[in-house]
Design a protein around this ligand. Structure first.
Ligand code: GMT
Length: 379
């Protein structure tokens, strides 16, 4: 098949999923075109059947904001015209779904089929802004197939938008490369961040308010009341300044390693004891799946799609409030045998339910069904 992905190039989960999917489809013999404003962070390695097409959004003195939505649509149309793509797969509905639909309209009869994957805040937050909502709804209705990364997100989509035919939203969960994210002897790396007697916690995100990273710092602060612990804070984003100030205020600044954006987090995860994800909303929590694949138990909030990924009491601990999260981390750090058991269970779940070789074929069969014009039933 000839497939074009539209996705964000940054560290956000939707861009990571789009890039990893593109790479896997190329390895499996498809011709894949990645349409984005920049080369995605995880597209560092050469892949023979994978090509990058930059979106250029020119400015003009009349524009306060250059019209990115139109530039993506035109680029997708151009790629279809030059490469004859079968499937145009938009990741993150705002604004990629409507850009893809526009490109299909430009192509006319014989144009590509449009698949839209919903990732989270494109439905739960940004997509519901009155300035975007009608175009998101239209994008969903006009896509030939729609997928969501969890059942929770599917239900939220149906509650918030009139997609006309609910059966068209199929759940295809996110996936992980379990050969890259795996438990490993990470003693040397770990020794750079913590003494043997200290616990090492980790959080990875794009540091936006929805991730509640201030709770991550408060968890570290709470845990340090009973045992010495340090934190790897991986990622960058709008909350960074506030977090540094909070770490100072709590007196834990020297216990936090602010690592900024990192393209290779697998080793850092494997070196850590517990992964923290106290988000206010989370449709899936890809970073927690990567931690699980690395054999690290997760302490997270019981919201959105997280319970579909992290099994409470088996592969991690889910909690509804900050105090319970602090307790949960303390429990895991106090009982090394339980922590290791959970880490092994987490790895098993990642391998047996979320490995890329299990999930990528689901997209392939969705593409085939969409091209055959079949109604795509809910998963
Ligand atoms: O909202 C974000 O955190 C960014 C967003 C994205 O599109 O980059 O992440 C969402 O998509 C990820 C990949 O499918 C999911 O793992 C995240 O749970 C989801 N984030 C939220 O729902 C907050």
């Amino acid at each position: 098949m000839n497939i074009a992905m539209i996705g964000y190039p940054t560290y956000g989960g939707s861009g990571v999923v789009a890039t990893e999917l593109a790479k896997q489809l190329a390895v499996r013999g498809h011709d894949v075109h990645f349409i984005s404003s920049e080369v995605p962070v995880r597209l560092s390695r050469f892949e023979e059947r994978l090509r990058f097409h930059p979106v250029d959004t020119p400015s003009y003195y009349l524009f306060k904001h250059p019209p990115y939505t139109l530039a993506v649509a035109s680029k997708a149309f151009e790629v279809w015209k030059n490469e004859g793509i079968d499937i145009l797969h938009a990741h993150y509905a705002v604004p990629h779904a409507i850009s893809a639909v526009l490109a299909r309209m430009m192509a006319g009869a014989g144009g590509p089929r449009v698949v839209t994957t919903l990732h989270g805040t494109d439905i739960t937050l940004v997509g519901q802004e009155p300035s975007f909502r009608p175009t998101v709804e239209l994008g969903l209705r006009c896509s030939d197939a729609v997928t969501s990364v969890s059942s929770a997100l599917r239900a939220q989509t149906l509650a918030a938008f009139d997609v006309r035919d609910p059966g068209r939203i199929r759940v295809i969960p996110n996936f992980v490369d379990t050969t890259v994210f795996r438990p490993g002897a990470a003693h040397e790396l770990r020794a750079r961040f913590a003494d043997p007697a200290e616990a090492l916690l980790i959080h990875v995100s794009n540091l936006r308010p929805v991730k509640r990273v201030d709770w991550v710092l408060r968890i570290l602060h709470g845990v340090n009341r009973t045992r010495p612990a340090r934190l790897l804070l991986v990622g960058d984003g709008p909350e960074m300044g506030r977090l540094i100030a909070l770490a100072d205020e709590l007196g834990i600044r020297e216990r936090v390693h602010f690592l900024g954006s990192q393209s290779d987090v697998a080793g850092l995860l494997a070196a850590s004891d517990v992964f923290l994800l106290p988000s206010a909303q989370e449709s899936f929590g890809l970073a927690s799946l990567e931690a699980m694949a690395a054999g690290v138990p997760v302490v997270a909030s019981r919201v959105g799609g997280i319970p579909e990924v992290v099994e409470d009491g088996t592969t991690g601990i889910l909690a509804d409030d900050l105090e319970r999260m602090i307790e949960a981390v303390q429990e895991l750090l106090a009982d090394g045998a339980r922590r290791c058991r959970m880490g092994r269970a987490a790895r098993r779940v990642a391998v047996h339910r979320f490995a890329q070789e299990l999930i990528v074929p689901m997209y392939e069969s969705l593409y085939e069904a969409t091209m055959a014009g079949e109604t795509v039933a809910a998963g």
